[in-house]
Design a protein around this ligand. Sequence first.
Ligand SMILES: C[S@@+](CC[C@H](N)C(=O)[O-])C[C@H]1O[C@@H](n2cnc3c(N)ncnc32)[C@H](O)[C@@H]1O
Length: 254
Amino acid sequence: MQAEKEQVREFWDAAPCGTRDTEDLEEEEQNLELERMRDEREPFIADFARFEEAQGKQLLEVGVGAGTDHLRFARAGAVCSGIDLTQAAVELTGRRLAGEGLSSNLRTADAEALPFADASFDLVYSWGVIHHTPDVPRAAAEILRVLRPGGRFCVMVYNLYSLVALQTWIRFALLKARPMTSLRKVIADNMESPGTQAYGAEEARSLFPVDSAQVDTRITAYDLRLGRRHFLPRWTWHLVPNSIGWFHIVSGSK
Ligand SMILES: C[S@@+](CC[C@H](N)C(=O)[O-])C[C@H]1O[C@@H](n2cnc3c(N)ncnc32)[C@H](O)[C@@H]1O
């Protein structure tokens, strides 16, 4: 594995996404807390994932992480497959599904080289994942490759022109007397795994060169926080335009 990707793998293998905030809890409590945090911080996911519509469909999730969305697809009756770069994520997701008597074809694999034939899936979903891999356009192309004609994709990537990016720049560039450091560099050097990328809305859309691709941008709890675990109340989200929110959700059909 190339060195950059190995660093990404090591970062997420140490703790699957979201579990740093729940590591002191017993497994059952951790599962409940992961779902509660998901609903509190990203309550709009269901509008984009459209879990119920996946019933009976072949679903692939790229980058399952701790598995909260994967669980919701499985509960809705999707025929699930999921991959993640890390064994830790695959194992945790598998345990959470098994705990509810659900199953999925879960594998450790790379988003840049999906181990599936062309046109295998009705729906490909990926939330907050491909911006972490070194070759993002390649991961986006892989999503379109494994999608069947007429199938739907839904992919979240980070917004470069967001409050989160601005806060990160203030903290790691301005306050460190390095105001010439670009937004892209502060994100790559300081946002989660090394090399994380963020995009303008049109750039995000152009990762998926199909006519139907559209971008919705959303304010998240992460845009309006007062420290690592303290967030402003939900009503404050309405004071800020969605266009400067942290998440671009790109969706469309092939
Ligand atoms: C921010 S977490 C998001 C996880 C999950 N989708 C969620 O929303 O909670 C990023 C995930 O992307 C995975 N990841 C990063 N690069 C990847 C790659 N090249 N192939 C597959 N998964 C990757 C990481 O292992 C990690 O689980």
